[in-house]
Write a protein that binds this ligand. Structure first.
Ligand code: PLP
Length: 362
């Protein structure tokens, strides 16, 4: 068996400790004689698994008591519809457009009301974060929407905008639990698991209780109401049991290393190593404006499409996989989420130096 350094944007690496523990419990979960995959979600054992997952997440993120933690299916993309369907009142929504994902979310929301774009970095192919310090919001907007980390472009909103009394919604799919987050600033935070938290198949939504309503968009299916999940402990129907179980293990792993402050320290150290190498290189350059560079998704390029492709190919052969950038941005992207060890980034930087030596800039 040989594990490689996987720089995929998602599904992405998980902590090896978590995978090993899951392996040990695969055939017989703690004396139950069955795998968690084979277990009734109504069993006492499973109820404990999901309750502990929720409790540990609450501890990790310091989630205030007046917020519900919901485990939902349908991925981050389904939240693009659930958010407007559940939060609509006046049918007016303010969106900050910072890349592929916030744009998709805004397109979906336009089916349920009027979308106002209050800030955008679309003029430069989303290669920076717009200034969100003094937004001109729509008076009767039902919420202000942001995507904290744009996975494809590789930018992060390091300053949470002032929502001026409006409900603030955050798609934190690709940097969830990478740093401490003040949940009380938001009405709703959601994150698909497969970037930083667990396997695909579950999305975590943290929703302030007063936003969990019955009077949602007309004809909203039962399974698309936050209320359904809130009232049934995320088990109105069969939840993605195994995915939640693994998320629970990741929460325990995060607690064991010292929580989100320690995770942030490690992530900053990893990202600095890689960005410093890019900035010191004559061959590679970063794509995103320096103050807005993501600690999770590092986008860079040689400026030459063929050379980028060759780098990704040779890197893969050397054991560094999934470095090709998204087609909308081009170039290269190294996703270095929580579970990517420092040694993985160090090894990649070594490989980049080797590649540059073999392909010197003239
Ligand atoms: C991946 C991603 C999504 C979409 O997630 P799916 O689970 O594939 O639907 C949404 N937002 C962000 C920021 C993402 O990175």
């Amino acid at each position: 068996m040989k594990r490689i350094y996987n720089f995929s944007a998602g599904p992405a690496m998980l902590p090896e400790e978590v995978l090993r523990e899951a392996q040990e419990e695969m055939l017989d979960y703690r004396g139950c004689g069955m795998s968690v995959m084979e277990m009734s979600h109504r069993s006492k054992v499973y109820e404990e698994i999901i309750a502990n997952a929720e409790k540990d997440l609450r501890t990790l993120l310091n989630v205030p008591q007046n917020y519900k933690i919901l485990f939902i299916q349908g991925g981050g993309t389904q939240q693009f519809a659930m958010v407007p369907m559940n939060l609509v009142k006046n049918g007016v929504f303010d969106y900050i457009l910072t890349g592929h994902w916030s744009k998709k979310a805004a397109e979906e929301a336009a089916m349920y009301g009027k979308v106002n774009v209050v800030a955008s970095s679309g003029d430069k192919n989303f290669s920076y974060m717009p200034d969100v310090s003094h937004l001109k919001l729509t008076e009767n907007a039902d919420y202000l929407y942001m995507c904290e980390n744009e996975t494809i472009g590789g930018s992060t909103m390091f300053h949470i905008p002032d929502a001026q009394g409006h409900v603030l919604v955050n798609d934190a799919s690709s940097n969830f639990l990478s740093h401490p987050l003040d949940v009380s600033k938001f009405g709703l935070v959601f994150a698909g698991a497969q970037k930083n938290v667990g396997p695909a198949g579950v999305v975590i939504a943290i929703v302030r209780e007063d936003l969990i309503r019955e009077d949602v968009y007309p004809s909203t299916p039962i399974m698309l109401k936050y209320k359904t999940f809130a009232e049934n402990g995320s088990m109105y129907n069969t939840p993605p049991c195994y995915a939640i179980y693994i998320c629970g293990k990741v929460f325990k792993w995060l607690l064991s290393i010292g929580g989100l402050e320690e995770m942030q320290r490690r992530n900053e150290k990893k990202a600095k190593l890689l960005y410093d190498a890019i900035d010191a290189s004559k061959l590679f350059k970063g794509i995103v404006a320096k103050p807005d560079r993501s600690l999770m998704n590092v986008t860079f390029t040689t400026g030459n499409e063929d050379l980028d492709a060759r780098f990704a190919k040779e890197a893969k052969a050397a054991g560094y996989d999934n470095l090709k950038g998204h087609r909308s941005v081009g170039g290269l992207r190294a996703s270095i989420y929580n579970a990517m060890p420092y040694e993985g980034v160090e090894a990649l930087v070594g490989f980049m130096k080797q590649f540059e030596a073999a392909n010197p800039v003239k």
